[in-house]
Write a protein that binds this ligand. Structure first.
Ligand code: NAD
Length: 491
């Protein structure tokens, strides 16, 4: 029997207005394990009204920052206690490794602690204005009600990117998690209540994009939209929010280049390439899915990466020895396998993988896959696959590396592997990406801004840039001389 769950609105546990539910499927067993309310526009109305009232009349935005910080820190301590449990829930929902999801859950307290530390330092700033008869200052104020939409690949971590700064700023929040991974948000909601987050400040509505996500971002009661997901959905979300001119921040997909020069430490680079594409089965926005490798070391590096790919241990994501579990859901498995067929049809050379390993029957597994001889114009080099599929593209020299790296609709991240410090700075300067790792790959932290260039989105999460996404600037002019002035002239 699967676990029946309810949504969290205005501090209460509620069923969908329609009374309908849907199943959350465990991707490893293929079985339903939780029943989640299937919300609709009426449920969104209810949640937005609760957040609206909490923002317009409730205590949260009116508390001193230090008081909000206390609540956020209590939340962080409770998250520490529940990290393992939250990690297990996320594995059951998205099939990623327990070590990855429990590791992410263990990071959550750090995000909430960091932004708790910022909550009482928001204040404002006095300006030394040339209008010297005025005392001029700026206040930084919460933007209001946030409509937040998250994907399935790192549910609570990506929620923390949004919620931790939003809470610190004094905003109220309506969250729609992915329909594939709703359960952890509901358990998390319970923990926010225990921490003392006031009713209506954090609300969760569950269901799919068209019936819940779209009404949420279109809702005139939402002051700011914060979205993480695919480019196609990001565009739809932007258009819907534009109807009521709500500002939108978008964290979207990527096709990130991992660029290895001939002078690199090849062992470290191979390890970084494997981390970039096979960790989490490549189901990460920052996947280093294009390996750009300088010709003199091409064969040696490919041999190392292919060798490691063949040794990757596939299996039960709960097993500590497993390195890759199943993909998150059946339609996604179909999409990834479809891209492998496209790669073969485009003439790329399949160096390893490209199939479902037989021992998993019809489980959602994909063998770690490496395509060599890829041209950057092929679809497997241009489109986000979001699976364990690496496209290897050879290059000659720095200029060609940069030109291939930047010839992409995306600009989320890039890796550069070289021992030449001058080249490092030249590459970093011209790579069109929101994050560049040098001699490393796949590192993030609460205190470092993260976000994309080009079709990878706009706005930043984490660090103080992430906090500013949830703040308005109010400029205040206080006349000090007592003089009157020409009423028909701009002063
Ligand atoms: P998705 O776009 O299919 O769904 C994301 C969320 O949007 C889900 O909650 C979904 O229900 C909702 N949604 C769908 N249609 C909607 C609509 N019309 N209006 C409002 N909401 C709607 O993406 P996904 O498959 O869940 O996640 C994978 C994608 O997310 C990948 O492209 C990945 O790169 C991206 N991603 C980006 C980051 C980042 O920080 N840049 C992080 C993780 C994932």
């Amino acid at each position: 029997m699967s676990l029946p769950l309810r949504m969290f609105v205005d501090g209460c546990w509620v069923e969908a207005v329609s009374g309908r539910t849907f199943d959350s499927i465990d991707p490893y067993t293929g079985q339903p394990w939780a029943q989640v309310p299937e919300a609709g526009a009426a449920d969104v109305d209810r949640a937005v009204a609760a957040a609206r009232a909490a923002f317009d009349e409730g205590p949260w935005p009116r508390l001193a920052g230090v008081e909000r910080a206390r609540v956020i820190r209590r939340l962080a301590r409770l998250l520490e206690e529940h990290a393992e449990e939250l990690g297990v829930i996320e594995v059951r929902d998205n099939g990623k490794l327990l070590r990855e999801m429990a590791g992410q859950a263990a990071l959550l307290p750090e995000f909430y602690d960091y932004f708790a530390g910022a909550a009482d330092k928001i204040g404002g700033e006095v300006l030394d204005s040339a209008k010297s008869n005025f005392f001029v200052y700026q206040l930084f104020e919460p933007v209001g009600v946030v409509g937040a939409i998250t994907p399935w690949n790192s549910p609570l971590l990506l929620t923390a990117f949004k919620l931790a700064p939003a809470l610190a700023a004094g905003c109220c929040f309506v969250h729609k998690p992915s329909e594939h991974t709703s359960v952890s948000a509901l358990r998390f909601a319970e923990i926010t209540a225990e921490a003392g987050v006031p009713d209506g400040v954090y609300n969760v509505v569950t269901g799919d994009g068209p019936n819940v996500g779209e009404p949420l971002v279109s809702h005139p009661g939402v002051d700011k939209v914060s979205f993480t997901g695919s480019v196609a959905t990001g565009i739809r979300v932007s258009k819907a929010a534009a109807e009521h001119l709500a500002p939108v921040s978008l964290e979207l997909g990527g096709k990130s280049p991992n660029i290895v020069f001939a002078d690199a430490d090849l062992e470290a680079a191979a390890n970084g390439v494997v981390a970039g594409i096979f960790a989490a089965c490549g189901q990460t926005c920052i996947a280093g899915s294009r390996l750009l490798v300088e010709r003199p070391v091409h064969d040696e590096l490919v041999e190392r990466v292919v060798g490691r790919a063949r040794d990757i241990i596939l299996g039960n994501p709960m097993d500590p020895a497993t390195e890759m579990g199943p993909l998150a859901y059946a339609a996604h498995w179909d999409k990834v396998m479809g891209y492998i067929d496209i790669g073969v049809a485009e003439g790329a050379e399949l160096a390893t993988g490209g199939r479902r390993p037989e021992r998993f029957g019809d489980g959602l597994f994909v063998a770690p896959t490496v395509f060599c001889g890829v041209d950057n114009s092929m679809r497997i080099a241009r489109e986000e696959i979001f699976g364990p599929v690496l496209s290897v593209i050879p290059f000659e020299g720095e200029a060609e590396a940069l030109s291939i790296a930047n010839d992409s609709p995306f600009g989320l991240a890039a890796g550069v592997w070289t021992r030449d410090v001058q080249r490092v700075h030249r590459m970093v300067r011209w790579l069109q990406a929101g994050t560049v790792w040098v001699n490393s790959y796949r590192t993030l932290n609460y205190d470092v801004p993260f976000g994309g260039y080009k079709m990878s989105g706009h706005g930043r999460e984490n660090g103080l840039d992430g906090l500013r996404e949830f703040l308005h600037t109010k400029s205040v002019w206080v006349e000090m001389s007592g003089a009157t002035r020409d009423p028909f002239k701009l002063g």
